[in-house]
Write a protein that binds this ligand. Structure first.
Ligand code: FMN
Length: 166
């Protein structure tokens, strides 16, 4: 078992693809789980988590995460560190861009330390409740419109996380 668990929920494959890229950037030091089928016994002992979701509805959590989030939040997360990423479409859903990360954040932010927040620079959208004082509560990724930015965004994010996950 590594120290880092990446948990993802993905309806069409984009969040899964990003989760795999994040895993690769950790050079074999992170384990990958689909929340569609993971059990708490498999993950409760990890000190570090990366939670990835796509956004559905209007700012809603991906369906599998919707069923699993309250279970995840019952793990004792004190003393641990959690980073969040969310897929979104900043053109078609410009007023709820990547808001699914805020659903996760709201459920766990009083139980653990949230790391991997990123400044709201270089993103084009109208509104998102996942931005607090100009900083995202996690990493937004837009594979529908800004896929050419993804590689750099992931590299910068993982570099920052490596300093947290020691
Ligand atoms: C029905 C539906 C609703 C969506 N709602 C939002 C939304 O509110 N905000 C957003 O940023 N993206 C929204 N999206 C865009 C998806 O989050 C985006 O395409 C994502 O890359 C899909 O990831 P997946 O393939 O892992 O499911 C929506 C997509 C669909 C199909």
């Amino acid at each position: 078992m590594n120290k880092i668990a990446i948990l993802y929920g993905s309806s069409g494959g984009n969040a899964e693809s990003i989760a795999r890229q994040v895993q690769d950037l950790f050079d074999g030091n992170a384990d990958l789980y689909n929340v569609e089928s993971v059990s708490t016994d498999e993950i409760r002992d990890y000190p570090y988590f990366i939670l990835g979701t796509s956004t559905t509805g209007i700012g809603d959590l991906q369906d599998d995460w919707d069923g699993f989030l309250s279970t995840f939040a019952r793990i004792d997360l004190s003393g641990k560190k959690v980073a969040i990423f969310a897929l979104g479409d900043s053109a078609s859903y410009s007023t709820s861009f990547a808001e699914s990360m805020k659903v996760i954040y709201d459920e766990i932010s009083d139980k653990t330390e949230i790391v991997g927040r990123v400044p709201d620079e270089g993103y084009t959208y109208d509104d998102s409740n996942a931005v607090i004082d100009g900083v995202w509560v996690g990493l937004p990724i837009d594979e529908d419109n800004e896929y050419d930015m993804t590689e750099e965004r992931l590299a910068n994010w993982v570099e920052a996380l490596k300093k947290e996950f020691v």
